[in-house]
Design a protein around this ligand. Structure first.
Ligand code: EPU
Length: 337
């Protein structure tokens, strides 16, 4: 393991921002990670990096970036109904999904093509098309970044919520996730209720879809709406969809009868942030090198040699507009560094 200085991060963040880290190290096994942490070489400011697909660097990083590159996908246990699959934190998320689909292990197919690594996925409880990682998550193993001590977290320990977990709150930057254990079913339950999945399957005349069919439909939908990060750097949804009290929703509906809504527990309603941004006429809005994606305004893109601050300023403009028009404070989903 080698600590590098002034390390370029352009290829390690999906916005493609041209920033550097003061120090950088890549760790490829649990043993190496443990030895490194115990050696006390971690800086005061350390950031564990997965795929860099949920980060916005607004300046050079004045600390240590730890890139986790622990690989391996193993079936560790099975019973009559389930397989328990363990994956290294450095495995690319979609590669894990692909391996599971190939083996007909059900549970992750609706999370096809989400960028990032397996280790980063539980941190924000990645979700798409009616499924979240917490639905198939059994446990994870992590190292305490101060002591190097190993700790196991089960599903409940992680305190999963909508794009949220304990690792974004009390334990932010306190642990390095080394591997994740999933419980996947031998009898896949096909979930096609969300968005256009069933419409796509009907069009393809698939009456009894397999998990592969569902995955392919989702990949098509994602590719049609989300920008290709190789062309326009981005971090997927920039904001969370706001969840508001029903009274506030009813008030908004009086002026905007077409407001889409998804009922939530405790008399709350989720409103698509994409709709709020579109209603503020911000689709396609350009600010310096940054822009609001035209097909899905929840996504901000590196339109042309953007600086992190261009994207940040654009996000603030959006927040201000949405606040003024609807009284809703959009919360960023992307971590701003
Ligand atoms: N909408 C508009 N205008 C648009 C696009 C969408 O008004 O141009 C409205 C429509 O009412 C639509 C609704 O937004 O029904 C929802 O849109 P979509 O299905 O595209 O999903 P989303 O709520 O914008 C969320 C996740 C995505 C995930 C999709 C699909 C969040 C923050 N984002 O987006 O996750 O892929 O659902 O499940 O919850 C990500 O986290 O990076 C991400 C891409």
């Amino acid at each position: 393991m080698k600590i590098e200085r002034d390390f370029p991060l352009k290829k390690l963040n999906s916005f493609g921002l041209n920033v550097k880290a003061k120090c950088f190290v890549e760790l490829t096994s649990i043993e190496e990670a443990q030895t490194f942490i115990k050696s006390g070489k971690t800086e005061d400011r350390s950031l564990v990096l997965g795929g860099g697909s949920n980060l916005l660097f607004t300046r050079d990083f004045n600390g240590l970036i730890i890139k986790v590159n622990i690989g391996g996908i193993y079936v560790v246990k099975e019973d009559a109904d389930y397989y328990w699959v363990k994956s290294g934190a450095g495995v690319v998320w979609h590669e894990l999904v692909e391996s599971c689909i190939k083996a007909n292990f059900g549970g992750l197919e609706n999370l096809s093509l989400i960028p990032g690594t397996v280790g980063a996925a539980p941190i924000q409880n990645i979700g798409a098309y009616g499924v979240e990682i917490k639905d198939s998550f059994e446990a994870l193993e992590a190292l305490n970044l101060e002591t190097g001590e190993k700790k196991y977290f089960n599903n409940r320990d992680c305190c999963f919520g909508y794009r949220d977990s304990i690792f974004k709150n009390e334990l932010r930057d306190k642990y390095l996730i080394t591997n994740v254990l999933f419980k996947l079913t031998k009898n896949p339950i096909i979930k096609t209720h969300y968005g256009r999945i069933s419409e796509m399957l009907e069009k393809a005349e698939i009456a009894e879809p397999t998990i592969r069919d569902v995955s392919e439909a989702i990949i098509k939908i994602r590719r049609s709406k989300l920008p290709d990060p190789d062309k326009f750097g981005n971090a997927g949804s920039f904001f969370k969809n706001p969840v508001v009290p029903i009274e506030q929703f009813n008030f908004i509906q009086k002026s905007f009868s077409d407001v889409p809504s998804f009922p939530q527990p405790e008399d709350r309603v989720k409103i698509p942030a994409a709709w709020l941004i579109e209603k503020c006429n911000l689709k396609g809005k350009i600010h310096k090198g940054a822009a609001v994606h035209t097909k899905q305004p929840l996504v901000l893109i590196n339109h042309k040699n953007a600086k992190g601050t261009d994207i940040l300023d654009l996000s603030k403009k959006i927040q201000q507009n949405v606040k003024n028009k609807f009284g809703i404070a959009l919360e960023s989903e992307v971590r701003i560094i």
